[in-house]
Design a protein around this ligand. Structure first.
Ligand code: ADP
Length: 629
């Protein structure tokens, strides 16, 4: 019906409006699913989902819009110019494609989201107004600019809301009813934009007949067709998304399984599993065959296969470790040998732990790591060290014995009637032999220390005896030089202790020897004090003090380095190889203590070292507790 001003007053078919809103909701719901599939898919599948989804989504939105237009009745016949209609469909599809592209990206910046909303909103608004332009009717269409603007703004806002909803559901924040609510909201918003756009149009009747080229009249039947096709398309899309989701989840699980298997089979360690009650393995990986040479079936079918092929010396260890892992639940780590198929013993490190499988059955899980090379290298190093130790011991014996023989003979000779001249020769001979013996001893001790083969014994001994015997050894040398030799021992020092008296004596002899060597007048004193003590043992402090030439501050650390002397020049007055203190420091460290020096050049030096000893016997214990408090 035309109003007196010629304005055609339109009305809406309520049923078609409802259908249009329903289609919109369905399209939105499908769109949310499609967006998720696009994001999850890769490569070609992603492109297929993008365009397939864009077609379905675009068709849904377009269909909503057309049904909305068809719901609008004017008192004149309306035809539609179908190429323009097709163009409006294209606009909807392209807008949807852009939207799907934006949401399927892993990272969407604010700018990209804004641009995406504008393009999608523009696509929807474009679709709407292109669609309106497809109307062929004997009337002129005028738009209210305010309402047009509002409808475009609405289209953009709806699009940004849609993108947000896509993104949220991709992050799994939207699920179940929330997803339905998002689809409902979006599905209502699109018609809101559409009907705002419709309200912007004013139709004024004209006498001019419309150009009906390429125009069609859409019957009720046509409308029903559009609705049906759209519904089927959206329905199929939804089904496809569900199927794809299932399929993707399944193939993901399969892929995971494949990778997991690959990982287990290519691992460079043996992995196995077995029931704690059964001696047969229920699983063992390929590495067992590659490393040890036996076919996997043997591991998997023959009971006790592992134990049978263990090195006889390691069987008990393997058996008890398995049992302990099963009974205590504590993980067990141990090293053992397995005889390979070629008959060689191969070293492995096994870790076993108890656990449960998915059905809560108890299981033992194990890993065997190939440590053969490391163990062989270790054995070779031990054998080499043993050979070195043997050689140095032999050399020590072979060199010292004749030297001691010479010194002994010289001593015997000195008790004979000798002329003054012969006695002087004999003294020279003795001093040279003693010097040589010292150097030989230093070199041998140093070699032993370097080779790491110095050994420490544990025997009961009396500290006082050591002190006495050391001083006795130097008594004549001291008196020859006119030096006083003093000793001091704390009353608190226990009478008997347990440790290595020979090594302690060796250190003292070195230090006292040096003290006498570097002192021209005055005295050399040796003292022992109790540093600390508890029920287990005591720490003693040994001090060797002299009034000799002293050591310059800058050399005080250097002298502990091998072959280092304060005066290393050719014109030096004192002999020696510069090894004594190096050996002393190593020995002191081996005895659990430390060696240091304090010295003032011209006044003298004081060497101090500590050694930890265990208590010995009942008497020692009593003394220890007395020393301890
Ligand atoms: P050496 O066999 O040459 O004495 P050591 O390692 O025993 O080797 O000593 C290294 C150097 O430390 C000595 O050559 C000497 O210069 C210095 N030294 C050691 N003890 C004393 C001391 N009591 N007084 C002064 N200098 C010393």
């Amino acid at each position: 019906m035309a109003s007196p001003t010629g304005i055609l007053v339109g009305s809406y078919s309520r049923d078609l409006v409802v259908v249009s809103v329903l289609i919109s909701i369905l399209a939105s719901y499908a769109a949310l699913d499609v967006a998720r599939r696009v994001a999850a898919a890769r490569n070609k599948l992603r492109i297929a989902w993008l365009w397939g989804g864009a077609c379905a989504m675009g068709t849904g939105i377009w269909s909503m819009h057309y049904i909305g237009m068809l719901a609008f009745r004017l008192p004149v016949t309306i035809h539609y110019h179908w190429p323009t209609v097709a163009l409006s469909l294209l606009s909807a599809v392209l807008g949807s494609a852009v939207a799907l592209f934006v949401v399927s990206r892993e990272q969407v910046s604010l700018r990209q989201a804004g641009l995406g909303s504008i393009v999608m909103g523009g696509g929807i608004a474009g679709m709407h107004y292109i669609g309106m332009a497809a109307m062929r009717l004997p009337a002129q269409c005028r738009y209210s600019p305010g309402l047009v603007l509002l409808s475009v703004v609405l289209a953009i806002l709806i699009s940004s809301a849609a993108l947000l909803a896509f993104k949220l559901q991709e992050d799994s924040i939207v699920s179940g009813w929330r997803k339905a609510a998002a689809a409902l909201l979006m599905g209502m918003a699109i018609p809101a934009m559409h009907y705002t756009g419709m309200a912007a149009a004013r139709f004024t009747a004209t006498a001019r007949a419309p150009d009906l080229a390429y125009a069609i009249d859409i019957s009720l039947f046509g409308t029903a067709g559009i609705v049906a096709v759209t519904m089927i398309l959206l329905g199929l899309t939804l089904v496809a998304t569900v199927v794809d989701r299932r399929f993707a989840a399944q193939s993901l699980a399969l892929e995971f399984e494949r990778r997991y298997r690959h990982l287990v089979e290519t691992a460079q360690v043996i992995l196995w599993r077995r029931n704690p009650e059964s001696p047969v393995f229920s699983f063992i990986n390929q590495e067992a065959e590659s490393l040890l040479g036996y076919p996997l079936e043997q591991w998997l079918t023959r009971p006790e296969f592992w134990l049978e092929h263990c090195h006889p010396e390691d069987r008990v260890l393997v058996e008890t470790s398995c049992r302990r892992a099963a009974e205590s639940g504590e993980p067990q780590d141990f090293e053992h040998r397995i005889m390979t198929s070629s008959g060689k013993a191969h070293w492995l490190r096994s870790s076993i732990r108890a656990g449960a499988d998915q059905a809560q059955n108890r299981e033992l899980y194990g890993v065997m790591v190939d440590i053969n090379e490391r163990r062989r290298a270790q054995e070779a190093a031990e054998a080499a060290a043993q050979a070195k130790r043997q050689f140095l011991n032999n050399m020590s014996h072979e060199l010292r014995t004749p030297m001691n023989g010479m010194l002994g003979m010289a001593q015997l000779m000195s008790s004979l009637e000798l002329s003054q001249e012969h006695r002087e020769y004999l003294n020279e001979l003795t001093m040279s032999a003693e010097a040589l013996l010292t150097i030989i001893s230093d070199i041998l001790d140093f070699s032993q220390a370097e080779a790491g083969v110095l050994s420490i014994r544990q025997v009961d001994f009396r500290p006082r005896d050591i002190l006495q015997s050391t001083l006795q050894a130097f008594a004549s040398a001291a008196s020859r030089k006119g030096l006083k030799l003093r000793s001091e021992i704390d009353l608190e020092v226990p009478d008997t202790l347990r440790g290595d008296p020979l090594r302690v004596r060796q250190i003292l002899i070195n230090l006292v020897g040096n003290a006498l060597k570097f002192t021209e007048r005055g005295e050399v004193s040796v003292g022992i004090t109790l540093e600390s003590g508890d029920g287990e043992g005591v720490t003693l402090r040994f001090k060797v003090r002299d009034t000799g030439i002293g050591i310059p501050r800058e050399k005080q650390q250097l002298i502990f380095e091998p072959f280092t002397q304060v005066d290393g020049s050719d014109r030096r007055r004192f002999g020696g190889a510069g090894l004594g203190l190096t050996v002393c420091r190593r020995l002191v460290e081996l005895l659990g203590g430390s060696l240091g020096v304090e010295s003032t050049p011209g006044k003298g030096s004081e060497f101090q070292f500590t050694v930890r000893f265990a208590g010995s016997g009942e008497m020692g214990k009593r003394q220890l507790s007395a020393a301890g408090h």
